[in-house]
Design a protein. Structure first.
Length: 211
């Protein structure tokens, strides 16, 4: 997700990490990335296998239809509970991350005080943007009739923006970081190849969904 790049760097700054914390921060990021992707892959594979095993005449176009498709295997109560908890958990994490990324990013561009360490009275604009992002997201979800289409549209947008964000990130890492931390030689080309592959697959999948 392109906005995760901005969230990550802002979170590092807000936590006050210093060069001596770099090794631990790298391990934290690597482990977090692997664990979250494994969980996402497990959820997608399990859900797809469950839904595909059922004969269905109509497509799944709403959240309710997806929930109903899972209920026969888990039972009415357990199915609704598991699906509801999953949606609430994912939404809670997403809204905090995206709203904070917006508040931090706008704060860095405009120069207003932007830190979770600050009291709301000390950083009113930061908490104001954060609050508006929360409220705006809730209104959007409430007003949009087709949440599946909204979700797919956001994912396509993410896929198309990712190469641009990764490109600037690699450029900064190779030219702007302190000399001892810049990407060089094999490390640089490994990162370039990984980013190109990730961005390329994202764009291909995003454009394929539009055709």
């Amino acid at each position: 997700m392109p906005w995760m790049i901005f969230f990550q760097q802002s979170a590092v700054v807000d936590k006050g990490l210093r060069p001596e914390h770099l090794r631990a921060a790298k391990w934290d990021t690597a482990l977090g990335s692997v664990i979250t992707q494994l969980i996402m892959a497990a959820v997608l594979v399990t859900t797809a296998a469950t839904i595909r095993s059922q004969p269905r005449a109509e497509p799944l176009t709403t959240v309710g239809q997806i929930a109903q498709a899972l209920i026969p295997y888990l039972g009415p109560k357990a199915g609704r509970l598991v699906f509801g908890l999953g949606v609430i958990g994912a939404a809670s994490v997403a809204i905090v991350v995206t709203s904070l990324a917006a508040a931090w990013g706008i704060g860095e561009m405009t120069g207003y005080k932007h830190s979770l360490e600050s009291h709301p009275r000390e950083a009113p604009w930061f908490y104001g943007v954060y609050g508006m992002a929360l409220v705006g997201s809730a209104v959007l979800v409430e007003r949009v009739p087709n949440l599946i289409a909204l979700n797919l549209g956001v994912e396509v947008m993410n896929a198309l923006l990712l190469p641009l964000v990764l490109g600037f990130l690699v450029l900064l890492a190779a030219r702007v970081l302190p000399e001892e931390h810049r990407l060089r030689r094999a490390h640089l080309w490994t990162v370039v190849a990984t980013c190109a592959l990730t961005g390329g697959v994202g764009v291909w999948c995003g454009l394929s969904s539009l055709i």
